[in-house]
Design a binder for this molecule. Sequence first.
Ligand code: G6P
Length: 613
Amino acid sequence: MCGIVAYIGKKQALPIIINGLKKLEYRGYDSAGVAVVSESGIAIRKKAGKVADLERLLAVNGFDKTSTVGFGHTRWATHGEPNDLNAHPIYDDDQEIIVIHNGIIENYNSLKIRLEREGYIFRTETDTECLVHLIRSHFKNTDNFETSVRLALNEVEGAYGICVLCKSEPGKIIAARNGSPLVLGVGEKEFILASDATAIIPHTRQVVYLLDGEMVTVTCDNFSIKTIGDEKIERALEEITFDLEQIEKGGYEHFMHKEICEQPESIMNTLRGRIRKDNGLVKLGGLTNVVDKLAFAKRIIITACGTAWHAGLVGEYMIEQMCRIPVEVEYASEFRYRDPIVYPGDSMFVISQSGETADTRAALKEAKKRGADVYGIVNVVGSTIARETDAGIYTHAGPEIGVASTKAFTSQLTGLALISLLIAQHKSLMPPNEIKKITDELLRIPDKIKMILDQSDKIKEIAKVFKFCQHMLYLGRGYNFPVALEGALKLKEISYIHAEGYPAAEMKHGPIALIDANMPVIVIAPKDSTYDKIISNIREVKARKGVVISISDEHNTDIDEYSDYSIKIPSTCKFLSPILTTIPLQLFAYNLAVLRGCNVDQPRNLAKSVTVE
Ligand code: G6P
């Protein structure tokens, strides 16, 4: 979603802002713009399209490159189409107040009506513009930039991460957040504000994470944080732990491909220090104090969005089978609107790569309000969800830049396996040697993934056959039903081919009507208790001339007879099977999308981190 980068210091602001915006491109956007303080006021340029289009515009019209104060924005349209006019920065006719904004102002309409009555003329279709005029109207009364922003924010409802410049007080940037993330990087006499740390890390590792309801005033010498209720806040600096190389492509053509190939390593990072060397049992520092509560929970709710929700579905199978605790998996976006039944003492796991997804945060808040204990399974360290949960684990998959989630998903599955084992071991539901068998197998998973990655060329060749297909069906059972959903989602997201995932046995209740020679069907069929049934499903597809691509265990050759294309993966236990079966589906979707000429890292209309509801 929208990205914010602001710089104030001694260096030229523009290159830092542009490079920062490029680092945030992965979040998803459709227009971009910048504003810098110049001798004659504030210079602004904005453009629909990519940051590269904005750069071309800046190159042709002699934009002030010497300024040391300014900000930039990538916009993901919510109010008003993604054109030049609605691109941010948004400003008033005198260019006195200039705002970039991530989020949605919910009381936009009533504010607009009031401001129009006061004589302000709206030029754009954005909700952000009401913020501009509101700050301006307070500035007219108070003649104080900081006070005006604070008073305006007190009247605003909704989500925002904003940065504001004021022509009359040009050596200052004011930023504030409520619901949309903002991080302040603190360097040597220079400060960088950004929506996430990826834009800050090239400049400094020292950061302050702003919390909801806080605003920061930054000059080139200092910064001060207050609440929008005007209380001063002291906050210690924190250190960013990841490296610059982790957010670079490192020789790969796309981040998505890099992240698929990183999975042996990212899974090892999820496991690191969590399996005891002496006895193979699980320890999770982040859950030590709550494992007793979890073990005796009457039920567990898992909530998430998108790919993380699919991880939650696998988690349901794992926790129910290993821990014998009923689990409900809820779309976060549905949860809070259906008056959910939550008993005090219920436990909820919130799964999120970014830790910033607005719907997931809202579900978390709702569950907390109703008395649940809420635990996080989060990738981004220090993110809002990680802070708002009572306890939890980090997945430590490292920064994920490709919009389509890959390594974050397999790390979520790994984290869920560890949590399930921890609870089962605490309840003595599984003997230690059984636990050890599974943790030994977990430690073998990275090597098994390497064996699948070694088949990349073969999977690419299969993808070539389907370059022009329009629909695809994914079938799986048990642990691999959520994998079918995830495989279909990957394909839709990045190749724009319509795909659906189904539990294999459900095919005969509807999707079978679609099967003909033009309907490729991917069947995930590891050799488990449902294998024979899945073979029957495959035969049903073949009987209707469907084209079958099967994914099954190596050495399992009987399935080849019924498959047009067959991909073999190493065998593993049923709990961990989804971690392996997902990999060929990621490679298949990736290769197909590349062959179709799609922008795999930034698919149209999608955002990496969806910070609006
Ligand atoms: C967006 C992303 C997905 C992701 C989902 C949930 O839709 O494009 O890849 O699965 O949000 O994001 P989260 O950061 O909460 O896991």
